[in-house]
Write a protein that binds this ligand. Structure first.
Ligand code: SIN
Length: 360
């Protein structure tokens, strides 16, 4: 059975299936087909002059932490394997949104993604740990957890479902933006918050009396502009590059959560690569991860400064008492999800916090 027939014969099934069912089904069908992801001329018997195409769509702008890392991966991969590897990076949802890219990767229609960890919600409960409000006081704490034994274990836990995790890339810490100053949780009551596809984020905004609505990143600007939603949470780099600051007069520097990415490839495609190429690309991904993660915070601070300079949004800095009020209001979400996520994984995240962060 080739890939095309796998897709065609499954389409009627997919129409009636949930997104989770569709993605899981894709992985099962492709595993049963013994592959199917060709990546253009790739797959099957490798020859010296074979060109392997890696399509890498994502949803953020080229200047964001993910946009820059994706572009650097392309440049290094093509320079190291001239004429053998071509990487097509499609930023800003140009090719597809995140939901579609999860399905397309599992089907082998694209070869690489870096989708926000929040959006794997339907495939694993483990990554919900990254959405727990105020679990990670800063990026250093996230980095320490991802480098821990528990963090390294969850990197590859979706391989059987069609997502071979190769790295975690950072974006940054999330801030809250809205039509009014959000100084204490009560200020958020009644506001419609756009959220990523995540049940933890839904619970987080319900906990403060908000009305959460799941929506693709590419639709948020217009939704804020037209009042379909009132407010949102995101990193400085996404708020700046997606121009949310133009339509959100207040941004609270809450640092209440994290946005990061699972860099994943289609496992059958990856196995179809010649050994030297697979090893070389994995080295490049490791190098780009160090490079990109070291720059992510700098890019976010640059974009915070850009927003301040625009004069379009007022930045709200919280007092220690206000910060505590947000932490206490959102904290019940931990208990709500600790059964699904696993108390041990949450403990591992707490244990990995650098000493300085614990005093935070
Ligand atoms: C991303 O940073 O890739 C997406 C975040 C979002 O959907 O808000």
């Amino acid at each position: 059975m080739n890939f095309n027939s796998a897709r065609t014969s499954s389409e009627s099934l997919l129409r009636g299936a949930s997104r989770l069912g569709a993605i899981a089904l894709a992985a099962i069908l492709l595993a049963g087909c013994g592959g199917g992801a060709s990546g253009g001329a790739g797959g099957g018997q490798a020859t010296e002059d074979q060109l392997y195409l890696i399509k890498f769509p994502h949803v953020t702008a080229p200047g964001t932490p993910k946009g820059q890392a994706a572009q650097r991966f392309k440049e290094l991969a093509e320079a190291r394997f001239p004429g053998r590897v071509a990487v097509e990076v499609y930023p800003s949802s140009q090719l597809m949104n995140d939901d579609d890219s999860l399905e397309a990767l599992a089907f082998g229609e694209i070869q690489m993604i870096a989708v926000s960890l929040s959006k794997y919600d339907r495939l694993t409960h483990s990554y919900q740990v990254f959405d727990l409000p105020f679990l990670f006081p800063n990026i250093e704490a996230v980095e320490a957890f991802q480098a821990s034994t528990a963090g390294r274990q969850i990197l590859t836990e979706l391989t059987d479902r069609g997502f071979l995790g190769l790295a975690f890339w950072h974006n940054g810490m999330k801030q809250l933006s809205g039509p009014r100053a959000l100084r204490v949780p009560q200020d958020a009551a009644g506001l419609k918050f756009r959220i990523q596809e995540s049940d933890v984020l839904q619970a987080q905004f319900l906990a403060i009396g908000g009305s959460p609505q799941k929506m693709d990143l590419g639709e948020v600007y217009q939704a804020l502009q037209t009042g379909t939603v009132d407010a949102q949470e995101n990193t400085w780099s996404n708020i700046y590059s997606s121009k949310f600051y133009e339509v959100q007069p207040y941004i609270t520097e809450s640092n209440h959560g994290y946005i990061g990415y699972l860099v994943a490839v289609n496992p059958q495609f990856w196995q179809s690569l010649p050994d030297d190429m697979r090893a070389g690309l994995e080295e490049i991904i490791a190098e780009v991860t160090v490079w990109g993660n070291a720059r992510a915070e700098e890019i976010n601070q640059r974009d915070k400064a850009n927003i301040v300079a625009s004069g379009r949004s007022e930045i709200i800095e919280l007092t220690p008492a206000e910060l505590t009020a947000w932490q206490e209001a959102m904290r019940p979400v931990w208990d709500q999800f600790s059964g699904d996520i696993g108390a041990d994984l949450i403990e591992a995240a707490i244990a990995a916090r650098p000493q300085a962060a614990m005093q935070h």
